[in-house]
Design a protein around this ligand. Structure first.
Ligand code: 6CS
Length: 339
């Protein structure tokens, strides 16, 4: 009798423990800006797998269009409807002006190894940016590169003069418009959902993006002339709603940080060689595509226009932007050894 009672008490205890563990497990919602198999999706899936293998929590991923445009998923995260979001500085720049630093042309080097080392070690990226995002109620978990920017146009180009009168789609931050104005073009800020149609109907004559995205979004079908200008990298950022993150236990915060690190390591592996593979796929799929790699003299004509964009960045962001830029440059110098 006594034994039965003990057993019953133990079973109820186990059940209650199980229930409370179950009650504590949560389904976290995570939205990003890309399609299945694209870089942001690969990152999100690696994050989800880590969380689900190492806890009772689950992660539900929402891809481009399922919850709206990039600005919509950011609003939903700030409102606490989503727990995690991946939004690129190309869009966050209108909310956090300092995030536009990635659009100062020719600031980042073109070689992948240096770019990755920069992201791994930069104080500006890993210490200063989290403070800026925190002011907007966001816990910045990771900034990472997706690929070198390539411009696509309705005809090949080699100089700023060739870009005169061309409407080039930009992501919706004011500094990127300055860059394309400095490059001689007419910047046309648009959300992603309008880009393919805009190119197809001729409202815009070009755009910039990493090669994997030009391939996966089929942009080369409607904008077949690819030009490597060497002016920048597509960078993105993954973050959490800060109230949600602050409300997690220390163990869960660590779990989220570990999952982010695991996803980051995975993505760095994933992007290596991705641009070459994607370019091969594009060239197999289309005879119309041309690839132009600007030589040093041609690049110089674009590079000469970078200082005016840098000045605009300082005007837009003030002392804080200046400090960030100085740190950014010092971090780059530490990686490349160049001033
Ligand atoms: O150009 C864009 O808007 C998109 N490009 C990439 C590489 N990812 C998402 C973003 O919306």
């Amino acid at each position: 009798m006594k034994a039965t009672k003990l057993l019953t008490t133990a079973s109820i205890g186990a059940l209650l423990f199980g229930m409370s563990a179950a009650a504590q497990s949560a389904n976290w919602r995570y939205a990003h800006e890309e399609f299945e198999g694209d870089v942001q999706d690969v990152f999100a899936v690696a994050f989800k797998e880590y969380i689900e293998e190492n806890s009772d929590n689950t992660v539900q991923i929402y891809r481009f269009g399922e919850l709206g445009e990039s600005d919509d998923i950011m609003e939903q995260t700030q409102a606490g409807i989503l727990q995690f979001v991946n939004q690129s500085p190309g869009f966050t720049g209108s909310l956090i002006p300092e995030a536009q630093i990635f659009f100062i042309p020719y600031l980042l080097p073109t070689d992948e190894e240096s770019v990755i080392e920069f992201f791994n070690t930069s104080e500006a990226i890993n210490e200063m940016f989290p403070e800026l995002y925190a002011e907007q109620g966001l816990e910045l978990l990771k900034m990472y590169p997706e690929g070198e920017m390539v411009v696509t146009l309705d005809e090949p180009f080699t100089s700023p003069d060739d870009l005169r009168g061309k409407n080039i789609r930009t992501m919706t931050n004011p500094l990127l418009s300055e860059t394309y104005r400095a490059f001689g073009a007419t910047p046309t800020p648009l959300p992603w959902g309008e880009v393919y149609g805009g190119l197809q109907t001729g409202i815009i004559q070009g755009q910039e993006n990493p090669i994997f995205w030009i391939e996966s979004g089929g942009l080369y079908e409607v904008s077949p002339h690819l030009v490597f200008t060497g002016h920048g990298w597509f960078t993105t950022a993954m973050m959490a709603n800060q109230d949600f993150f602050d409300g997690l236990s220390e163990e869960e915060q660590q779990l989220v940080r570990d999952a982010t690190e695991a996803a980051y390591e995975h993505i760095i592996d994933h992007i290596s060689g991705l641009a070459d593979e994607s370019l091969e796929k594009i060239q197999e799929a289309s005879d119309e595509v041309t690839v132009t790699r600007l030589d040093e003299d041609q690049i110089q004509a674009f590079r000469e226009r970078a200082p005016q964009v840098e000045e605009r960045f300082i005007e837009m962001t003030g002392e804080r932007g200046q400090e960030l830029l100085e740190q950014f440059k010092a971090d780059l110098e530490a990686v490349t050894g160049e001033e």
